[in-house]
Design a protein around this ligand. Sequence first.
Ligand code: GLC
Length: 549
Amino acid sequence: MTPHLTASAPADTHTAWWQDAVIYQVYPRSFADADGDGMGDLEGVRSRLPYLRDLGVDAVWLSPFYASPQADAGYDVADYRAIDPMFGTLHDADALIRDAHALGLRIIVDLVPNHSSDQHEWFKRALKEGPGSALRARYHFRPGRGENGELPPNDWESIFGGPAWTRTSGPDGEWYLHLFAPEQPDFNWEHPAVADEFRSILRFWLDMGVDGFRVDVAHGLVKAAGLPDIGGADQLKLLGNDVMPFFDQDGVHEIYRSWRRILAEYPGERIAVAEAWTPSADRTALYVRPDELHQAFNFQYLGAPWDAEALREVIDDSLAAMLPVGAPATWVLSNHDVTRHATRFANPSGLGTQLRTPGDRALGLRRARAATLLMLALPGSAYIYQGEELGLPDVTDLPDEVRQDPSFFRAEGQDGFRDGCRVPIPWTVDGSSYGFGSGGSWLPQPADWGKLSVEAQEGDSSSTLELYRSALAVRRTHPGLGRGTAVQWLEAPEGVLAFARDGFVCTVNLTADAVRMPVRGDVLLASGEVVRDGSEFELPGDTTVWWTM
Ligand code: GLC
């Protein structure tokens, strides 16, 4: 019998949306304020969704909006299933998720499983019930050391400065562990009730329709057995990434396996992304094995200086680390915890990610624009922090009395000044708080904020906003741009990076001086002016050009 000939089935060309997604971080306090109380809210975010659709991002990640006393800007959650009244209601969250979906945007919410607020029902009861109680077992309570228990149970320090332990005021005088502020007691993830509760919280938000979670302090949940001393290890840097008995313990992975199973039960490719500060890209890759989380932030990339060799190394390491686990590499330049990259790159490299010096702003912006085109040309998923598309610098001169970051108050001897990247963003040239809202702004905005507003930049082809819009539009029309797992490095003068990917070339000059290079095809987009001269072109300093071949 002649076999019935059929065309061979098309190869599976489906790429999950998150493999090359561009995800925009909204910091709800500082994005848009609909009710005029000076604090951003969910209705504000909802009103600006069309802006995000037009910008061309795939998904929006919202920093926490849950019921919280705001000891750490909402990363201290009192009720994981309720919205803080300052941000709105569950009804607003529902409307936001629905509207986003109608516009083709996905919604990722922040999940804070390492610690709760000290105002969480469990913790309040734990305090009341005293030593040995069932509720205390859900946190890390311990008797103190010293004759009368007056010394902390071990030598761990809080990431925000000071001891990681606070003594309860009750007659028992037990201490409880908080890797962050005292208002953020760490959960004991060995306790089954904690694991059950978070599985239920995941389902609550998945049922609400969210497309995924950003997992806060994903590397911190499990602590080494016996909570051993660190023995005089160096003072931790903010969100430090040293090997510590409270970070990156192997036990965390079982938790993420159980979460992956839940995510997989829901339709629509729901995801989770790890905020995991680990010592290396290889350790980060463990969080995104096929049965764990989907993505992890690439903090090695975020911390890289504006230097060709250093960046090439980080890019190669990141791609190589993800290959064996099959997860997409991710790229990020800014978030709500670090100095905005326009200001980092305005300062001499090597100063770290917590700066209070404005540096050379024009240089910083030039490099920031070039850095964005580099980031968006790399294979994988990219994260944008609200306001970077306006080229916003950090606000480095906030007076001490307006600062709210708990690390500012606790981090003696450290720079823990995260308020500078959290100043509400400008929408309009004039008006109350530059269009952020009608009731001022919870952190003061600089006097030149209007010039950087969306209104000022819209339609101006030389603006940073239009550069982002064009770059994201090109990414959409050249789907190969974000896909794949490798870049092909091309020969380039010292201090210049050049790589090819699928009909596309990216050239980045990380030096201050212009270089001449052979023309690579047609210019698709450039972060600065490019002068073509026959078969060569001049690539100005601190500039990126995208070419199509
Ligand atoms: C994460 C958040 C940061 C917060 C900390 C404690 O690192 O990004 O803003 O302060 O966790 O929750």
